[in-house]
Design a protein around this ligand. Structure first.
Ligand code: KG4
Ligand code: ZN
Length: 338
């Protein structure tokens, strides 16, 4: 069964063809980073305009790369939400028009469920499992019982982890998007150089990253006032050390909560996904710490952690198989819980 996935939830125009929910035949992602870079973040109006220009060539390429015709498709799955409403509208309108003109069934997908399903493109993970979704817009822990059956254990009370990465990178003058840059630069820094706060929020599976972000901001202000970088044991603390220390605080909290959730729910499987799951140190640490506890962690390849449409096609397959389709009055929803 061939499913076309379409995702335009944020600043990437993506289309993909996936066979039977697991085999990727094509995966096209057109990034708008160049457009938003100069503003240091996504400008929603520019994102929508850029999706309009990109959507047709991106879908055509996805079909071309997969070497199939539109009529070979069993269903068209599109991200309905959550995301930027103007961006979502482009993908949803396009998918509806394509479905109407071809008679191919339409499936509405939740972007977060797509992130969770991205792992099924590479391995078969058995339900139930604990799912940690860490992206630019979301940080949430779920107890995943089946497709469409998720119990939310906790979520961020303020900034998402990826948002904190991007904001901290801005303060450190590292550029946009911050996550991959901090990931890279941190390898050359000491993660214990600065003791930034770990927002554990005891007795809760919620997260909070805005205090940590403010701590980095204040630390940089102090440096500015001082006129030079401070020293620790005779060694100057530089940007790489500050990045690595910030990153370590984020990783400590994410890993601790994911493992605790798995223990509390007595499951031996954790699925980590979303853009921040592309982070090399987070991947390494969660895998190492989980291994010590006899828990298996499943993480999609970095390219499938960040936004893509293969994950939308993957989740679309399961709904199509069950005959759950969307009608042509489908509308995008900026806030859409799982
Ligand atoms: O899942 P995603 O592509 O889009 C959303 O659904 O939000 O996640 C994007 C976020 C951005 O904040 C980006 O900085 C972060 O994921 N990110 C990373 C890495 N790659 C992307 N954060 C840390 N380390 C990375 N290697
Ligand atoms: Zn995403």
């Amino acid at each position: 069964m061939l499913i076309l996935g379409i995702d335009t939830s944020c600043d990437e125009t993506a289309a993909s063809v996936v066979e039977d929910g697991s085999t990727i035949l094509s995966n096209v992602v057109s990034s708008q980073v160049k457009i938003h870079k100069r503003y240091g973040g996504v400008v929603p109006e520019l994102a929508s305009r850029s999706h309009i220009e990109a959507i047709l060539p991106v879908v055509e390429r996805a079909l071309g790369d997969a070497e199939i015709k539109i009529t070979d498709l069993s269903a068209i799955a599109v991200t309905k939400g959550p995301g930027l409403v103007g961006s979502l509208l482009v993908g949803v309108s396009f998918a509806k028009a394509l479905s109407y003109s071809t008679g191919i069934p339409l499936v509405a997908a939740n972007h977060l469920e797509g992130h969770i399903a991205s792992i099924f493109l590479e391995v078969k993970v058995q339900f139930p499992f604990v799912s940690l979704v860490v992206s630019g817009g979301h940080t949430a822990l779920y107890f995943a019982k089946n497709f469409g059956e998720y119990e939310e254990l906790g979520r961020t009370r303020d900034d998402a982890a990826g948002e904190a990465y991007d904001k901290v990178a801005k303060v450190l003058n590292l550029g946009y998007p911050g996550g991959p840059i901090i990931d890279k630069i941190s390898h050359g820094g000491n993660p214990h150089a600065v003791k930034f706060p770990r927002p554990y929020l005891p007795k809760s599976f919620d997260f909070s990253f805005s205090g940590l972000k403010t701590s980095v901001v204040n630390y940089m202000r102090d440096i500015e006032r001082l006129g030079h970088f401070p020293k620790k044991k005779g060694k100057e603390i530089g940007i790489a050390d500050i990045s690595a220390s910030f990153q370590q605080a984020v990783i400590d909290v994410l890993v601790y909560k994911a493992l605790r959730a798995a223990e509390k729910r007595s499951v031996r499987r954790i699925v980590l996904s979303g853009g921040v799951a592309a982070n090399s140190s987070l991947r390494q640490e969660i895998s190492d710490k989980a291994k010590e506890k006899g828990i298996k962690v499943y993480i999609p390849s970095p390219d499938l952690c960040t936004d893509n449409a293969a994950m939308v096609a993957a989740i679309g397959y399961h709904y199509h198989k069950r005959g759950i389709h969307a009608s042509l009055d489908l509308n995008p929803e900026a806030y859409l819980p799982l």
